[in-house]
Design a protein around this ligand. Structure first.
Ligand code: SAM
Length: 261
């Protein structure tokens, strides 16, 4: 694996916020559920998001990074009103199919986070951006613009739940993972093939020998919390692998709960 701070020749074109659409091509999207493994994921997450939203009295939810629909379906099945947005039509199509298999009809909205309010007029109790999705934004102005849009689609007492990989660990000590959360499937090898201060490339190798890459901006935890505060969120609570008490070095994923008031 490359650990290259300086030599970014040829990398500039893939450090681009719009690149996610090309990377989530149809055959990768078709394989996504094999990667995340819905049953394994349900075991890892438990009822964390359901309990969090219920305890805070939130019912109308916007899933901003629907992907293949895992959280939209889980929350709808638990009785929440959910709208499912994503910038990728391939993903939304798959999510809709996954909903139908479970007798649910997803209300899908194709929208890029940076221009959310152009397509979304309703306001929500909570918005969720899960599965290490925010990492796809490569420029700081894009991150700030997206968070301002997330803030705008929330009601005045709304909350944003956003998660991220523990990039601090990855940048400082290299990659390690318990493979317990999010990407719970054990048949797919998911590992970074490039790590530098402004680009991480993950490669996903499937049992049929196919492989796909995703480009990510390595968001440091404190930087991410700073962006949330800058967007106007008043209170931020961070969980490590779904626990309130966590060790930074032992954590795979951070979950930030950002409250508007
Ligand atoms: N939340 C799902 C999960 O956990 O399985 C999907 C996660 S996937 C890593 C990231 C998702 O974010 C993709 O479906 C992608 O299309 C979406 N996405 C990335 N950048 C986006 C943007 N700028 N606007 C809207 N959606 C975006």
């Amino acid at each position: 694996m490359e650990r290259d701070k300086n030599n970014n020749d040829g990398m500039e074109k893939i450090k681009n916020t719009d690149h996610y659409k090309a990377q989530y091509q149809k055959d990768f999207v078709d394989k996504w559920d094999e990667l995340i493994d819905w049953e394994g994921r349900a075991e890892g997450e438990g009822a964390f998001f359901i309990n969090l939203l219920k305890n805070k009295g939130k019912n109308k939810i916007l899933d901003l990074a629907t992907g293949t629909g895992y959280h939209s379906v889980t929350l709808m099945s638990a009785g929440f009103e959910v709208h499912s947005a994503d910038g990728s039509t391939e993903m939304l199509h798959k999510a809709w199919e996954n909903g139908r298999k479970r007798n649910l009809v997803l209300r899908t909205i194709q929208a890029d986070w940076r221009w959310l309010t152009r397509d979304i007029k309703e306001r929500y109790d909570a918005v969720i951006c899960l599965g290490n999705s925010f990492t796809h934004l490569f420029a700081e102005p894009d991150r700030r613009k997206a968070l301002a849009e997330f803030y705008a689609v929330l009601k005045s007492d709304g909350i944003l739940i956003i998660d991220q990989r523990n990039y601090d660990n990855m940048l400082e000590t290299g990659y390690s993972s318990k493979h317990k959360y999010y990407y719970a499937g054990d048949r797919v090898k998911a590992e970074p093939v490039h790590i530098s201060d402004d680009l991480v490339i993950f490669e996903y190798c499937f049992p049929d020998q196919s492989s796909y890459k995703l480009n990510m901006y390595p968001l440091r935890k404190d930087y991410c919390c700073g962006l949330l505060r800058g967007a106007g969120f008043q209170k931020i609570t961070t969980y490590g692998d779904f626990q309130k008490d966590y060790g930074i070095k032992q954590t795979d994923f951070f979950i930030h709960v950002a409250e508007k008031q």
